[in-house]
Design a protein around this ligand. Structure first.
Ligand code: ADP
Ligand code: CIR
Length: 397
């Protein structure tokens, strides 16, 4: 072999190998700068790092009582600040709501489902704290609605409970959470939801009302009557969850407004059953029937360890919040005492218009706090038993 060939052959072979490697990598793996294996380290851009550093300092200097402040230690911050999910979400996307709203109770959202893994050093302790000790080694139990017939009416005489509501959240398979959705995806999801729900029958039969085109009066009336999500939630806005509003957002309800579905507010779907009075059995039964039916028609995102996946870590697992609107004038005379007793029964106290609002006319929204590490039935039973105890205490005062 002459000298020219001796040099040319290895050069061509090596060059070919490099090109082949590049082509295989290019078309089979996501780009390196978006991979989650730590090699993405250098790829979080300087402007984001700068915002992260400023946000971390702001949080540290504040007296925020949020779980974010509690668990975002310097060590965790440094370990996560250079990471990205394959959607390109960074630590900033997770924490910006809590940084902007120092009065957050939690302060963190998952921009996409992968964030729960990539930023686990932060999410896991927050999940453990919120959901009564659900550890990073724990696995959420399989879905189990239990025996619906074993629940009853919390207040047959109608002395305390104004109304009862049970809701759960669902994310549609194949779509990321709010901050990563395009406007086209919002519209596509809304269409899927509306057409799927148009197939419901019997008590669940209803109509889908897009927010786009809804009059301000109708919207406000639905909000005032506790049927519709509010607009302009600053916690969601700061989390980048309100882009393209009101595109893709809407509400479905049956004629009596006892079964409702929210589309693309905080979660892709919120399925809600509610009615006046304390008949939890009837409310729960309606929800279970509806969810079982809808689950046959739309595939939902579920994780082996975390259960049903949601935008906010407080809603993972069963995603169930069972609440009553209740008047407990004697107990509530001392709000701190009410909260203390409620938390003994693992209950959370909210205001009349929901989270981050005050009680109006002595009406509190009291619900199960944790949603993970227990079954759907047990989450609802936790509220049922706790409220029964609170009513018992109120009667003795
Ligand atoms: P979510 O329950 O979906 O997490 P919110 O706390 O914002 O969110 O509550 C949503 C709406 O549901 C609010 O208007 C709130 O007043 C209403 N709500 C909650 N529980 C009840 C209930 N038991 N009866 C009537 N309305 C309720
Ligand atoms: C907060 O931290 O106060 C808000 N980000 C809301 C947290 C819990 N909210 C929820 O489950 N909807």
């Amino acid at each position: 072999m002459n000298y020219k060939l001796k040099v040319t052959i290895p050069v061509v072979v090596c060059g070919g190998a490099v090109l082949a490697y590049y082509l295989i990598r290019r078309f089979t793996l996501p780009p390196l700068d978006s991979r989650v294996d730590g090699k993405a380290a250098a790829m979080v851009d300087a402007a984001t790092i700068e915002k992260l550093e400023a946000g971390f300092s702001k949080l540290q200097a504040s007296d925020s009582k949020s779980l974010l402040k509690k668990y975002l230690t310097k060590e965790v911050f440094d370990a996560l600040k250079n990471k990205k999910t394959s959607f390109g979400s960074t630590l900033l996307d997770c924490i910006q709501s809590g940084v902007e709203n120092l009065d957050s109770g939690v302060g963190i959202y998952a921009p996409d489902a992968e964030a729960y893994t990539v930023f686990a050093d932060l999410f896991d302790p927050i999940i453990e704290d919120y959901h009564n000790g659900f550890k990073k080694t724990d696995k959420h139990p399989a879905k189990n609605w239990g025996d619906v017939e074993t629940l009853g009416n919390l207040d047959p005489a109608g002395e305390f409970v104004v109304s009862t509501r049970v809701r759960c959240g669902r994310s549609m398979e194949g779509y990321p959470f709010n901050p990563c959705l395009t406007e086209a995806q919002y519209k596509e999801m809304e269409e899927k939801v509306a057409s799927t729900l148009s197939g419901l029958e019997g008590e669940l039969k209803g109509t889908f009302y897009p927010l786009t085109g809804m009059s301000k009066e109708t919207q406000q009336q639905l909000i005032d009557d506790h049927f519709l999500f509010k607009e302009g939630d600053r916690f969601l806005q700061a989390a980048n969850a309100c882009r393209f509003w009101p595109s893709g957002r809407g509400i479905y309800h049956n004629e009596n407004k006892t079964f409702l579905v929210w589309c693309n507010e905080e979660d892709h779907l919120r399925l809600i059953s509610m009615q006046m009075g304390g008949d939890l059995k009837q409310v729960y039964k309606r929800l279970v029937t509806a969810v079982n039916d809808i689950e046959k028609r739309i595939p939902f995102s579920h994780d082996d360890r975390l259960g049903f996946l949601t935008f906010c870590p407080t809603n993972l697992g069963t995603t169930v919040r069972a609440s009553v609107h209740i008047k407990l004038p004697k107990l509530a005379a001392d709000k701190a005492k009410l909260e203390e007793i409620a938390s003994k029964y693992h209950l959370q106290v909210r205001g009349t218009r929901g989270e981050h609002t005050e009680a109006e006319g002595g009406v509190y929204d009291i619900s199960n706090k944790r949603r993970m590490g227990l079954t759907e039935y047990d989450a609802v039973k936790e509220m049922y038993d706790g409220i029964a105890e609170l009513i018992k205490i109120e009667k003795t005062l």
